[in-house]
Structures are given as structure tokens and as C-alpha cells.
Design a protein around this ligand. Sequence first.
Ligand code: 77K
Ligand code: MG
Length: 214
Amino acid sequence: TRSTRPQRLLKAVRKRATQGDPQSVISAIDHFCRHSEWAMNVGDEKGSILDSVVSELNPEKVLELGTYCGYSTVRIARLLPPGARLITLEFNADYAAIARQVIAWAGLEDKIQLVEGASEDWIPRMKEHFGIETFDFVFLDHWKHRYLPDTKLMEDCGLLRKGTVLLADNVICPGVPDYLEYVRNSLSYKSCYFKSHLEYTKAEDGLEKSVFLG
Ligand SMILES: Cn1cnc(CNC(=O)c2cc(-c3ccc(F)cc3)cc(O)c2O)c1
Ligand SMILES: [Mg+2]
């Protein structure tokens, strides 16, 4: 039967990227998405903004909501200091299977824990199951209707501390109006918008960076 797009993306990584070289994995995926098939990775333009936020923060504990094929997982993990840890949640088992192989090709398995399941099931279990106190950085890139409820859930579970940075993808396209309204009007967040474009296109999109004030 016909292969899936994530399977073809993984094939392109194996063909073009060098094992153990995260930058070559990122470039291979961007090349595939520009020249073969569009896929919903954060991409190179928004990815550079993601890189700058992560590099400035130097986080020890990172949570990613929405792994997909692992593109942003690799982008973030390649910048983390030794000993830092990234937990990434993916609901879709097929995406998770591809992401594990992309992460392995990049040689970043030791920094990354990929968890399959629903964010609303796993967020309340972060402390007891992963020994996490609070996160330093959260990248939101999963189902857009889950951004707001999962943010409130992280607050309620005490997973955010003064200074925790939330970075949300797709705040314009597909858009997350309820989340934006919340972080921009809540006294508990200092929020700012990084204007960019939808991955591999000319359509407007952007990232919203929100610092939790406690
Ligand atoms: C099925 N599924 C598993 N994970 C998810 C969460 N991600 C998205 O939905 C997502 C969607 C788009 C997008 C799709 C079509 C379109 F025309 C324009 C934009 C872009 C992104 O960067 C995304 O992260 C969805
Ligand atoms: Mg996205």
C-alpha cells in the first residue's frame, strides 16, 4: 500500500542527512518540504526564531506538545546543554514511530523522551512519572484547540514557575484565538508576537512568546 508522508519524510532524512548530525537532519527535512511535499513542521524561518528563544534561555527542562515527525524536537534538543532534558508528547502513534527514527538518526535520543498519548492525560502525571518539578520552556505545536486548556492544566498542576517561557506555533495560521486572547490579557503572562510565515509558504503566521509571571 502507498507510503505515508511521514514515511517519505523519514526516507528523505536517511537519504540526505548524516547520522549523528542534527543540522543535516533539519536541512534534509526542509529540503523535502520545499521541493517534494509540504509538511507541518515549524520550518526554517519560524525555526530560526525558535532557535534564538531556546539559545537565550538555555533551558534544563523542556516540554514539547506535538512531536509530529520530530523536526522541532531535533531543533530544540541540538541546542540544549549537557544534562538538559526534553519531553515531547505525541498523540498519533504513526507520527511517534517516525519521530523516534528521525531523533535516532540525529543522535539525540539521550536528551529526548518521546511519550505517546494525550496531553491532558500526561500533563497531570509529569511530576510523579518523570520527576519533573517545573518546566523552563514549553513549545506548543499540537492540536490548536488544546493550547488553552493544556496551558491552564499546566498552571493548575504547578508545572510553570516565575520565568517559564511558553512559545506557541501557528498563532495566526491555523490560528489559536482563544489562547492568544488569554495569554495577552492575563496578568500572569508577559506576551509578545514574532511575525513570520507559515512553514515553506508566503502565508502569514507567527510565534507567540509568553513568560509566566507566577
Ligand atoms: C493531525 N495533527 C497532529 N498534530 C497536529 C497539530 N499541528 C497542526 O495542526 C498544524 C497545522 C498546520 C497547517 C495545516 C494546514 C494548513 F493549511 C495550514 C497550516 C501547520 C502547523 O504548523 C501545525 O502545527 C495536527
Ligand atoms: Mg505547527
